[in-house]
Design a binder for this molecule. Structure first.
Ligand code: NAD
Ligand code: AHE
Ligand code: ZN
Length: 370
């Protein structure tokens, strides 16, 4: 079949919206009509060329929601008409990782996914001339139709609006999951969130959900303050307005350091500040942000010797086929909010506007509606 898609032709170039060819689903694969997709900072990170795994030409996008159109041989858990969210972290439920309760990082298809290919080592996308185009994160939601492995699809409530719950495909789950699954934040905790974008706001929402007492938000962009307050931030800090070192300022503000800190910027200097602003003896710092190729984190080992710990989280520690439908239900039941964070919507033809808004710090989430 043919489908409209936005192709990342080369690093640093705008996406090219065009018609591409899409082969039908092979064994254990599913053809999905994508109804809506968010634009996450990780799409921008890969498009910029900073991603060591970034490959071109590819169809980016990993925050979608849609409807099953056709299933390939061997698919047993989905049927045409089912509403789904594609998962860049699949859940096969049989690999060594899925069987270990300490991780959500299913490895069943990780190597081919990282090469922009389906599990059998080939791509379903090509140009009208027949040149192959790579998949991205196993999802490629910047295409109106996409092919996704069965183990990388979560079946969701059919009443859920696609243009809102697509955000659960990455940002919402990553932020809330970092609090609930990774840090396991206790009620009454003090926390600091660095970066009040599409991920950081969901960390804040997660902290409010679990009953944190103090939620400090840190961002260089003062325009992020109002939205963060709406989601539960209790104190705002703009580092450019702090005289002297940020660490002692934050330690003082949190009465000795935060129980939990979260980096949602991807900046390794911020990650160091986040670790060092965690409380001596027990503070945990969770890295969510994705840093560019070659970037490394550092701190004095003494910071860890004296009881702080550094951890990371991918997709908020969520097991997608199990947890994503539940998070959709939380949204449908009003337990979490999504709508105010979707600040812009646009058709696929205007997808580059979504990237421009992100660069200018004017959006929280832009969503492409097909
Ligand atoms: P975003 O662009 O919406 O938000 C980033 C925010 O950080 C912005 O508000 C920006 O002003 C702020 N910021 C930038 N530099 C800063 C600094 N030095 N100090 C304070 N604030 C600063 O991005 P997003 O979609 O929220 O993504 C945030 C990060 O999380 C990205 O690195 C993204 O790749 C990563 N991410 C990771 C996962 C995961 O599973 N680990 C999932 C999704 C996104
Ligand atoms: N390709 C990058 C790593 C990118 C990365 O860390 N991705 C996160 C999801 S970000 C979603 O917005 C992730 O899930 N990582 C786990 C994995 O297996 O990729 C690089 O540095 O090579
Ligand atoms: Zn993302």
């Amino acid at each position: 079949m043919e489908t409209r898609a936005a192709i990342a032709v080369a690093a640093g170039k705008p996406l090219e919206v065009t018609t591409v060819k899409l082969e039908g689903p092979r064994a254990f694969e599913v053809l999905v009509e994508v109804k809506a997709t968010g634009i996450c900072h990780t799409d921008e990170f890969t498009l910029s060329g900073a991603d060591p795994e970034g490959l071109f030409p590819a169809i980016l996008g990993h925050e979608g929601a849609g409807v099953v159109v056709e299933v390939g041989p061997g698919v047993t858990t989905l049927k045409p008409g089912d509403h789904v969210i594609p998962l860049y972290t699949p859940e096969c439920r049989t690999c060594e990782y899925c069987l270990n309760p300490k991780t959500n990082l299913c490895q069943a298809i990780r190597s081919t996914q990282g090469q922009g290919l389906m599990p059998d080592g080939s791509s379903r996308f090509s140009t009208l001339d027949g040149d192959p185009i790579l998949h991205y994160m196993g999802t490629s939601t910047f295409s109106n139709f996409t092919v996704v492995p069965e183990i990388a699809l979560a079946k969701i409530n059919p009443d859920a609006p696609f243009d809102k719950v697509c955000y659960i495909g990455c940002g919402v789950t990553t932020g809330i999951g970092a609090v609930i699954n990774t840090a396991k934040v206790e009620p009454g905790s003090r926390a600091i969130v660095f970066g009040l974008g599409g991920i950081g706001l969901n960390v804040i929402q997660g902290l409010r959900l679990v009953g944190a007492d103090q939620i400090v938000g840190v961002d260089l962009n003062p325009a992020k303050k109002d939205m963060a307050e709406r989601f539960g931030m209790t104190d705002f800090v703009n580092p450019s307005e702090v005289e002297g070192d940020l660490v002692p300022y934050l330690v003082n503000l949190t009465k000795g350091g935060a129980d939990y800190t979260f980096d949602a910027t991807g900046n390794v200097n911020v990650m160091r500040t986040a670790l060092e602003a965690a409380h001596k003896g027990w503070g945990e710092s969770i890295i969510i942000g994705v840093a560019p190729a070659g970037a490394e984190i550092s701190t004095r080992p003494f910071q860890l010797v004296t009881g702080r710990s550094w951890r990371g989280t991918a997709f908020g520690g969520a097991r997608g086929r199990t947890d994503v439908p539940r998070i959709v239900d939380w949204y449908m039941d009003g337990k979490i909010e999504i709508d105010p964070m979707i600040t812009h919507t646009m058709p696929l033809e205007e997808i580059n506007t979504g990237f421009d808004l992100m660069h200018r710090g004017e959006s929280i989430r832009s969503v492409v509606v097909y």
